[in-house]
Design a protein around this ligand. Structure first.
Ligand SMILES: Nc1ncnc2c1ncn2[C@@H]1O[C@H](COP(=O)(O)OP(=O)(O)OP(=O)(O)O)[C@@H](O)[C@H]1O
Ligand SMILES: [Mg+2]
Length: 589
């Protein structure tokens, strides 16, 4: 198990590395710019000697003219290098972010509906915004500095070895010892950082829920309650951030102490060599200077390890999603369904959500153009049944066939082209009314959009908007009523012109008048299509060709309204209950 985990992490690191490698040109240019900066620093140090010796001591006029120009050129190159380094490293970092975000979104959009019902929106959003950003900071800051410090350390080690290799070897023994706290603290940083990101995701999710649900928050007078809950969450986040800071900065004093030990050793042993005459003060100071200079980048590298650990924690969260497999898979060489009236058949279909059986032995044969109504108590499995048709979920047993083709053998795209859905919750996007109606049908002509709106009884109120069909839904804000939104959704389903229609309580939230309009719109929509309509109000389905009563996931009765009434069974009971509740107001014929 443990080795499994290890293997997984290393493949993830390799994937991350592959991602970075794709921008090797940018990284290469960035590194070249870094070397330019390093070289110009060295050259400016070198220049001190001719300035001192030739200008001040020898008073060479020729050099006096030349030197300022050389200085300007060196500093210009340094500036250029600085800019290039910043630009290329950030370019690579931002490209990687963009890539990861694109890949994440692509992956997430292809995941089945069940995934979205399990994960909270805010948490998902956090992965695409926050976690990805942590990875960027690892790439553009850490990778850059590692390269830079690595070169510096390498150069200085050469100097140290060159001056006194024996002493150098003794002093450098400290380096591997210093490695242990670096690794240990890095591990801790990674752990805390992962919790930090989770807490951040939690915060995001909380914001999303309370902003989206602000109406309920206000209606229930829960503002203070939510404020307190928010403070609790920021407290948690704050604590974790501080823990990260502690884990990060603890490595510093430990490194400091180890460095001090190394230097103390060099002073002791080096001083001893000088006193006994085995070495000269010049060699000793030069050695000492190099060791001191070496110490700084080593310390910085230990901090960088922390940044890398944070990045790896974030990449774990990102790859968790990228590696998620969809349980709704397409067959190889799937059948392409053509758009035409369809016969839909449920054959001994059973279905469950995580071992909780919801549908049992469903047998249904729905003819092309038939209007099938599904009724029954809440929780009976009506929504679950229609969700199986577009393969939002797969059946556990049995099969659903469209014109004889098992829907699992059809391509998902062609299957979903056959189906238009209107749900109880009208979902519109922040775009123009026209684009919302043409959603899923981007090639639709203006005329077709208008015709759909007319048939959906949406034309009149849309044309009253200031910009008509070009009005942005966002601009309208909450001004659209439930029924108006619903009618736009119906226009959208009409324009899709799909042969199978699913209406899941498309009218249940409406008042009598708007329901009448929406009902008329729906009648236009259902004409000639194989329709599954779910309704609680029995009055709205009396026109159905067949009514199916679902109780606890089983079909208990089916037939026309009159037949079912005569049966005096479940449907009759439901009807009686509504009849007495509505006291004749909404009584079906
Ligand atoms: N995503 C889900 N995960 C687990 N269980 C679920 C899920 N969706 C629904 N259920 C359960 O499945 C059962 C059937 O739910 P379903 O939504 O199909 O009922 P329904 O007949 O549409 O009810 P309603 O009339 O209230 O809409 C319920 O017990 C419900 O709790
Ligand atoms: Mg339902």
């Amino acid at each position: 198990m443990k080795t499994d985990l290890k293997f997984k992490i290393t493949t993830r690191q390799r994937q991350l590395f592959d991602l970075i490698k794709r921008y090797k040109m940018g990284l290469f240019l960035g590194t070249a710019c870094m070397l330019l900066v390093a070289a110009s620093s060295a050259v400016s140090a070198l220049l001190i000697k001719p300035v001192m010796d030739d200008i001040f001591v020898k008073q060479d006029i020729e050099m006096l003219r030349l030197m300022p120009i050389v200085v300007v050129i060196v500093f210009f190159l340094r500036g250029l290098g600085d800019y290039g380094q910043e630009y290329y490293m950030n370019y690579v970092g931002q490209r990687i972010i963009k890539d990861l975000r694109d890949r994440l979104y692509e992956r997430v959009m292809d995941l089945p509906l069940s995934f979205f019902q399990q994960e909270r929106t805010g948490v998902l959003m956090s992965r695409i915004t926050n976690d990805v950003n942590v990875i960027r900071s690892m790439v553009s800051t850490a990778v850059t500095s590692i390269v830079r410090h690595f070169f510096t350390i390498l150069g200085l080690i050469v100097v140290v070895l060159y001056r006194d290799w024996k002493l150098a070897l003794c002093a450098l023994v400290i380096l591997p010892i210093a490695f242990f706290p670096v690794v240990e603290f890095g591990r801790r940083v990674r752990r805390v950082s992962r919790r930090c990101q989770e807490s951040m995701a939690e915060l995001n999710s909380f914001l999303h829920e309370t902003f989206a649900g602000s109406k309920i928050v206000k209606a229930f007078g829960m503002e203070d309650f939510e404020k307190k809950r928010f403070v609790k969450k920021t407290d948690d986040l704050f604590e974790l951030e501080i823990k990260t800071v502690i884990a990060k900065s603890l490595s510093s004093p430990v490194m400091e102490l180890l460095g001090g030990l190394g230097i103390a050793f060099v002073v002791w042993y080096g001083g001893y060599s000088v006193i006994t005459g085995a070495s000269t003060p010049g060699t000793f100071f030069s050695f000492m200077a190099a060791v001191l200079m070496l110490y700084d980048p080593v310390k910085k590298l230990s901090r960088l390890n922390n940044a890398v650990q944070e990045g790896l924690a974030a990449s774990d969260r990102v790859f968790d999603i990228l590696e998620k497999q969809s349980d709704i898979q397409e067959k190889q060489n799937p059948v392409e369904l053509v758009v035409k009236p369809h016969r839909v058949r449920f054959e001994k279909v059973s279905f469950q959500y995580d071992r909780n059986p919801v549908l049992k032995d469903i047998d249904l044969d729905v003819q092309p153009g038939e209007i099938l109504a599904l009724v029954g108590m809440s929780g009976g499995g009506k929504t679950s049944l229609v969700n199986l048709i577009p393969r939002f979920y797969d059946v556990a047993e049995g099969a659903i066939r469209i014109d004889g083709v098992d829907i699992r053998d059809a391509s998902l795209a062609s299957l979903r082209r056959q189906i238009a859905v209107v749900t109880q919750e009208p979902i519109l996007f922040n775009d123009t009314v026209a684009s919302n109606i043409a959603y899923g049908n981007p090639l639709a002509e203006k005329q077709e959009i208008i015709e759909a709106a007319v048939a959906a009884y949406a034309y009149d109120f849309v044309t009253r908007f200031p910009k008509g069909f070009d009005t942005n839904i966002g601009e309208l804000g909450g001004r659209l009523s439930g029924g108006e939104k619903q009618r736009i959704c119906i226009a959208r389903a009409l324009l899709k012109n799909a042969p199978i229609l699913i209406l899941d309580e498309a009218t249940s939230a409406l008042d009598a008048e708007s329901e009448m309009w929406v009902q008329k719109a729906l009648e236009n929509l259902m004409r000639g299509r194989t329709t599954f309509v779910i309704a609680h109000r029995l009055s709205t389905i009396s026109y159905a060709d067949r009514i199916v009563v679902l109780v606890n996931g089983r079909i208990v009765e089916q037939g026309r309204h009159e037949d079912l009434m005569a049966l005096e069974g479940e449907y009759f009971k439901l009807h009686q209950m509504q009849f007495s509740k509505n006291a004749g107001v909404d009584c079906p014929k």
